[in-house]
Design a binder for this molecule. Structure first.
Ligand code: GAR
Length: 201
C-alpha cells in the first residue's frame, strides 16, 4: 500500500516505519515536512525516499498551506496519509479529504491531554499511567476515533525526558502495528467509529 508520511521533527516514528516497511506492506512514497530543518527529512533521504519541505510560514493562511499540502500529497496518490509527529493543526477541508485514510500518533492516552506538552501535563496532573494513542484524523484536533493505545506506568522520579523516552519506545512498536492492520484492509473508519475486522475498537 502506498503511504505519504508527514513530519515536523526528529522523525523517529518515521524511522520505525522505514525499518518495518516491508513487513507491514507499506511503500513510503514521500515524506513531507513543514520544517525544512526537520531531521526526519535526512532519515528519508538516507533511504532514498523523495522528500519535500513545505514551510507553512510562506503561506498567507492555514487554508492556503493546506491546499498546497494536499496538492503535493495528491501527486503520490497515496492509500494512507500518516501523521508521524506532524505539529500542524489541519483545516476541516483537508481532514475531510482524507477521512478514513489518515492516521495520527499522539503522545497521551486520549482523550486525556489533547494538544501540546502532554508529558508535562500528565506529570502535573499526577497521572499514575501515561501513554500513546493512534487515531483516525478528523476535523477535531486529536479527537478522531481511537484505534489503539499503549500504556506505561509513571514512576516517582519521572520527568518529561524520561517519560518521552519510554513512550517513544511504545510509539515505535504501536504505529507500525496499527498501520499494518490498515494495509491488510482490516482497519476501517465506519460511521465515525474505528473497526478492526468489522468489530468496534
Ligand atoms: C512523537 O512523540 C509523536 O507522538 C508526537 O510528536 C513526537 C514526534 O517524534 N506527536 C504529536 O505530539 C502530535 N500531536 P518523532 O519526530 O521522533 O517521531
Amino acid at each position: 500500500m502506498k503511504g505519504v508520511v508527514l513530519i515536523s521533527g526528529s522523525g523517529s516514528n518515521l524511522q520505525s516505519l522505514i525499518d518495518n516497511a516491508s513487513s507491514i506492506d507499506l511503500s513510503i512514497e514521500a515524506v513531507i515536512s513543514n520544517k525544512k530543518e526537520a531531521f526526519g527529512l535526512q532519515r528519508a533521504q538516507q533511504s532514498n525516499i523523495p522528500t519535500h519541505a513545505l514551510d507553512h510560514k510562506l503561506f498567507s493562511s492555514r487554508e492556503d498551506f493546506d491546499q498546497n499540502l494536499s496538492q503535493l500529497i495528491g501527486q503520490y496518490n497515496p492509500d494512507i496519509v500518516i501523521l508521524a509527529g506532524f505539529m500542524r493543526i489541519l483545516t476541516a477541508e483537508f481532514t475531510q479529504k482524507y477521512t478514513g485514510k489518515m492516521l495520527n500518533i499522539h503522545p497521551s492516552l486520549l482523550p486525556k491531554f489533547q494538544g501540546l506538552n502532554t508529558h508535562q501535563r500528565a506529570l502535573d496532573a499526577g497521572e499514575k499511567e501515561h501513554g500513546v494513542s493512534v487515531h483516525f484524523v478528523t476535523a477535531e484536533l486529536d479527537g478522531g476515533p481511537i484505534i489503539a493505545q499503549s500504556k506505561i506506568k509513571v514512576l516517582a522520579n519521572d520527568d518529561v525526558e524520561s517519560l518521552a523516552k519510554r513512550i517513544l519506545i511504545e510509539e515505535h512498536k504501536l504505529f507500525p502495528e496499527v498501520i499494518h492492520w490498515f494495509t491488510q484492509d482490516r482497519l476501517k473508519l465506519e460511521k465515525n467509529q474505528a473497526t478492526l475486522d468489522g468489530q468496534l475498537l
